[in-house]
Ligand binder design. Structure first.
Ligand SMILES: [Mg+2]
Length: 175
């Protein structure tokens, strides 16, 4: 049987987004208020939990691969401590926006790679993001999509669901 997955955009969904800046050290990585409870539910319900994150700060030279790796080690340690689970995988696209790389959302490259690697049934799987580019990438990758509007005013009619936060998504979709 194929796997089902929840694809998480990182900044603005898992952790607070710092507008105009990159999260380049663990001190700047702070979970959003509803993330931990939602993550516990997702893992107990048998979903793979996969991050797909655009990080062009690396392509711009504003952050190094090593700094990003440190942030993700910290994130995984914290999430393990708080929930007993970890993200199953983390996909990052470091290309610049203008390169229009297939990996960079709104393109579906990271999702396609994960689907192949983890044998994922896209029809049973979700993309959750706070930007239009997340929703478009999710749609292109064949996923059901949720747009969160907690920190962004972006909206998109193509999103299957629009919620204020993960708490609302949890209550309305996943229970
Ligand atoms: Mg985001």
């Amino acid at each position: 049987m194929k796997n089902k997955a929840v694809f998480f955009d990182r900044d603005g969904v898992v952790n607070y987004r710092i507008v105009g800046e990159y999260i380049s050290s663990p001190e700047n990585f702070v979970f959003t208020p509803d993330f931990i409870d939602f993550f516990i539910y997702v893992k107990k319900a048998g979903y793979l939990a996969i991050i797909t994150s655009n990080q062009q700060g690396i392509g711009k030279g504003l952050m190094t691969e090593e700094q990003l790796e440190k942030v993700h080690v910290h994130m995984q340690n914290q999430v393990k401590k708080l929930t007993g689970f970890k993200f199953d995988d983390i996909f990052v696209c470091t290309e610049l926006a203008e390169a229009n790389s297939h990996c960079r959302k709104p393109n579906p490259g990271m999702i396609e790679e994960a689907v192949k690697k983890w044998d994922i049934d896209t029809s049973q799987s979700w993309m959750i993001g706070d930007r239009a580019s997340d929703v478009i990438a999710g749609k292109r990758g064949g996923l059901k999509t949720i747009l969160l509007r907690c920190f962004s005013n972006e909206t998109l009619p193509e999103a299957d669901f629009v919620f204020r936060n993960l708490y609302e998504a949890h209550r309305k979709i996943f229970l």
